[in-house]
Ligand binder design. Structure first.
Ligand code: NAD
Length: 265
């Protein structure tokens, strides 16, 4: 299937590793130019080199160091992308995850940081691309959220509080901008094996008095697919939603969870 991504520009946030990196890699393999960001310039440069190494011919990869909790960094990221490529076709919003903790262990500072990291960064990134996409009358916005947006988790309190807001925002924006060719969707990953998942696994394993590998093995058995997912499995869905082929999909959230979520919606 031809996805129509050649020469388009995709910005993938928080892409030095994990889900963002996998999505950026697949966009580049499909011929899109890619701009990636994260806080750690050394790791980001290494990721950009790796992605460039597997990119389709002609696809360029640009790394911009940015802390997504900082409004000025977000502005610089989009200004640099626009100055370099003259267009922005796809935005994948993404960031690191908030801490694993119970409600009673969270103070105002930690809450505010989680809100800045996972809610405000998405709002600010979308604000930067909308005027550009409106001018183009073409755009794709894909928000990486979490299964907790639909099925909250007791020890992921900030995530469970903030992510549903992104689904509400996506719907509002899809209602308003789909008629201008800008499609807004979200993906809700379940358990995808990344550094973040290992980190959560280590905390939960400790609480359960088992080793992290034992925890991950047990977790896999609770998922109908019988295992955790790979970043590439999530990336395939993101890249499809970012493509020409997703032309009649807007305002929706795709679960990528091996059947983990139990609800109907
Ligand atoms: P990860 O920890 O492997 O990667 C996170 C990326 O975010 C890294 O590139 C890191 O440098 C970057 N980052 C962190 N803080 C940043 C900041 N302030 N500014 C810029 N970049 C920053 O995590 P992941 O598994 O790829 O998860 C990505 C997102 O998806 C997280 O918000 C996570 O909570 C969410 N999520 C992941 C899973 C999963 O199973 N992996 C499931 C549900 C939701």
């Amino acid at each position: 299937m031809e996805l129509g991504l050649r020469d388009r520009l995709a910005i993938v946030c928080a892409a030095s590793q994990g889900l963002g990196k996998a999505a950026a890699t697949l966009f580049a393999q499909e011929g899109a130019h890619v701009v990636i960001c994260s806080r750690d310039s050394r790791r980001l440069a290494a990721a950009a080199k790796e992605i460039q190494g597997v990119a389709a011919s002609g696809a360029r990869v640009l790394a911009v160091t940015a802390d997504l909790t900082k409004p000025a960094h977000i502005k610089r990221l989009f200004r640099t992308a626009l100055r370099t490529f003259g267009r922005i076709d796809v935005l994948v919003t993404n960031a690191g995850g908030p801490p694993v903790a119970a409600f009673s262990d969270l103070d105002d500072r930690t809450w505010q940081r989680g809100i800045d990291l996972n809610l405000m960064s998405t709002i600010r990134c979308i604000r930067e691309v909308l005027p550009v996409m409106q001018k183009q009358q073409w755009g794709r916005i894909i928000n990486i959220t979490s299964f907790v947006a639909k099925q909250p988790a007791d020890d992921l309190v900030i995530s469970s509080t903030v992510r549903p807001g992104i689904l509400g925002l996506s719907k509002v924006l899809a209602n308003r901008f789909t008629r201008e060719g800008i499609l807004v969707n979200s993906v809700a990953p379940g358990f995808i094996l990344t550094a973040r998942q290992q980190e959560i696994g280590a905390v939960r394993a400790k609480a359960a008095g088992i080793t992290p590998p034992e925890y991950l093995e047990k977790l896999g058995k609770t998922i109908p697919a019988g295992r955790l997912g790979s970043p590439e499995e999530l990336a395939s869905v993101i890249v499809f939603l970012g493509s020409e082929r997703a032309s009649y999909i807007s305002g929706t959230t795709v679960n990528v969870d091996g059947g983990f979520m139990k609800g109907i919606i």
